[in-house]
Design a protein around this ligand. Structure first.
Ligand code: SF4
Length: 360
């Protein structure tokens, strides 16, 4: 593959107890949809995200009320908290003071030099990073005039402009995102950014759409970027419950072998040879293994004709037979189980494997 280098060669940036960049795995993020000042609702949503496997969470900070809520939110959650600020440096200072583990703000949008310096000084004192978020839809006028419309070069130039401001103040705990809703533009921008600087990259396709369309679009764009070895943290943006964003991100990372703490389901598409109600079994097993924190491959196959052989890479699997199931490991049948209990038997085997893995 052409450039599987950038991901591992980036700087490392600490966000609470999570490290982005360097040799670390790609970190999954999401963003809350609640009003941040509604602490109860925000904390509840974050807890659901945590449970789904979200490793860093971001909240919007549009006003004073939101900034005031940060300390209380921070106290009640277990994953690092990123606070998203657009222009107002006072909100940034308040968020940092309130315990934000990272802020997202573009230094070029803050205004006068003293304001930028104040934010950078506060971030340095607390040892927290800043994410520069370039968005194709809101590039600086000067850059738009130069290129005529949003281009990958223009996006990288914008990122570089904000990076320069921070570097001049000797600040290097930087993460950069270059989001676009146009998939091809996003791919090109991330590729160029990976060549232009060694700061860790936060991947995202912005405004990607609903659960179905947005999942396909994000997987297409971010999959292309991840396959080139680019990307240190990922956020899927969907017009849906943010828990779905985390699930999609995990699945995407798993398909590139980039998640060591998640199990994968292999299930057949079914055909005329089917012997069991495969679709409902596959859904039940998928739900069950979503809580497993080990890289186990579990197969669920409709029949035993080609079944076990087709899923040779599976650590454990079940194939339908007439009135029973065949439990198999790495393509070899280990025992027969009655149809009524085969899903339970499979779950027990999955738990055993997860335990063995945890003891390794
Ligand atoms: Fe058909 Fe059996 Fe293959 Fe499933 S495992 S697609 S039922 S042959």
């Amino acid at each position: 593959m052409s450039s599987i280098t950038h991901r591992k060669d980036t700087r490392q940036v600490r966000v609470g107890d999570v490290t982005i960049g360097g040799k670390n795995e790609v970190v999954i993020q999401s963003m809350t949809t609640t009003k941040t000042h509604d602490v109860e609702a925000t904390v509840n949503e974050i807890k659901r995200l945590e449970e789904a496997g979200c490793q860093i969470v971001r909240v919007a900070c549009p006003d004073e009320r939101a900034a005031d809520a940060i300390p209380e939110i921070k106290k009640r959650i277990n994953i690092p908290l990123v606070v998203d600020i657009h222009f107002d440096y006072k909100l940034a200072l308040k968020a940092i003071e309130g315990g934000a583990d990272k802020i997202r703000i573009n230094p070029g949008n803050i205004g006068r030099r003293e304001k930028v310096e104040a934010v950078v000084k506060a971030a340095k004192e607390k040892g927290i990073p800043i994410r520069i978020g370039v968005n194709a839809g809101s590039l600086e006028k000067r850059i738009l005039n130069k290129y005529g419309y949003p281009t990958a070069d223009g996006m990288v130039e914008s990122a570089q402009y904000h990076i320069n401001i921070l570097e001049e103040l000797d600040f290097h705990d930087i993460v950069v995102s270059l989001k676009a809703s146009d998939v091809r533009l996003a791919i090109e921008a991330y590729e160029k950014a990976a060549k232009a600087f060694d700061y860790p990259l936060h991947l995202g396709i912005t405004e990607s759409g609903t659960l179905f369309a947005g999942t396909v679009k994000s997987a297409a764009g971010l999959g292309a970027i991840l396959s080139k070895g680019i990307g240190n943290t990922i956020r899927i943006s969907l017009s849906a419950d943010p828990v779905e964003e985390v699930k999609v991100a995990r699945e995407l990372l798993k398909s590139f072998g980039l998640a060591s703490n998640a199990a994968t389901l292999i299930s057949c598409p079914t055909c005329g040879r089917i012997e069991i109600d495969l679709i409902s079994i596959a859904n039940e097993v998928e739900e069950y293994i979503s809580k497993i924190k080990a890289p186990i491959k579990v197969a669920v196959l409709g029949c035993a004709v080609n079944g076990p052989g087709e899923a040779r890479e599976a650590d454990i699997g079940i194939a339908g037979a007439r009135g029973e199931g065949l439990l198999f490991r790495h393509g070899e049948i280990i025992r027969k189980v009655p149809e009524e209990t085969m899903v339970e038997e499979l779950k027990k085997e999955v738990d055993k494997l997860a335990e063995e893995y945890a003891q390794k």
